[in-house]
Design a protein around this ligand. Sequence first.
Ligand SMILES: *Cc1c(COP(=O)(O)O)cnc(C)c1O
Length: 348
Amino acid sequence: MQIIDLRSDTVTKPTLEMREAMLNAPVGDDVIDIDPTVVELQEYVARLLGKEAAIFMPSGTMTNQIALRVHCVPGDEFLCEAGCHIYNYEQGAFAQLSGLVAKTIEGQNGLLDLDQMHGTVRPENEHTVRTKLLCLENTHNRGAGKIYSLSRIEALCEWAHAQGLKTHLDGARLFNASVATGVSLQSFSEPFESVSVCFSKGLGAPVGSCLAGSRDFVAKARRARKLFGGGMRQIGILAAGALYALQHQMDRLADDHANARQLAHAVSKCKSLRLSDKEPDTNIVIFHVDKEWGTASQFSESLKKAGVLSLPFGPQSVRLVTHLDVSSQQIAQACETIESVASSSLLI
Ligand SMILES: *Cc1c(COP(=O)(O)O)cnc(C)c1O
């Protein structure tokens, strides 16, 4: 049985062409001075996002946490959505490593609205932490790959700047948002002082993220990267994989979005399942499993026995993510499997 792995878009394997690009990349010691391929990647990403500079790091957790650290000082607070990656999936590193506090605001499908922001910035007062930064996530992972519209982002960032706050974008899947909407990466990034993007999600590179911003911001981020143990030597090998992904595997994200719509359509036909949102914006589908059927873990386990891997995402919710290593044919097969598992009862 051929396994169809829909646990995450991080499971993709580098293609032969990508491996060749990595094999042939010129390299140097990027801690002592520079690695030419990582410099090429950083300049390419800075241009793509419309920022002065960018810096390569091993993970999106590191790019996010270093952005927070550079924007804030110990005793500062940042605002974020309650389901965001920075707050939920990075071990509270902002507190552990940088002495920061988060204020979470519950959004709808992970998205905040300007109306919710009034009163969230603390007054200058000896008793309180200082509110310094607003963090947004586009697309939103727990929000089932939901896209922030450009107008909503602009309104939120304009509000933040008027309050004297800085703004950071966790754009781990910003490429998906751009391909799905036709809004350029530059326009989506423009309202933010800093933007983090991941190459190891839908783009299909084995490793890496970039953090982009002003030249001064990136210089501070480079110093913090060394502090966090992220100074890397012949990093061009990995940067070449990311460059290849950006140049050859971005437009095809539209296929992943079409595949996610197929999966959502199959889910919508099942009485024991309920989609978290009407139709997926991008490549993530989250659905709720009726308690009568069983738990999310039991549903996921039954899918696995039938050859489809998924991720339990809560006691009753399951996540599916499409990516470049699943074909539309495999998606059709996964749809059949989901429908057949949903209609079979554990109790029988
Ligand atoms: C994957 C992801 C990250 C970064 O995760 P790493 O595994 O550390 O690269 C950050 N934000 C979001 C929304 C993500 O999905």
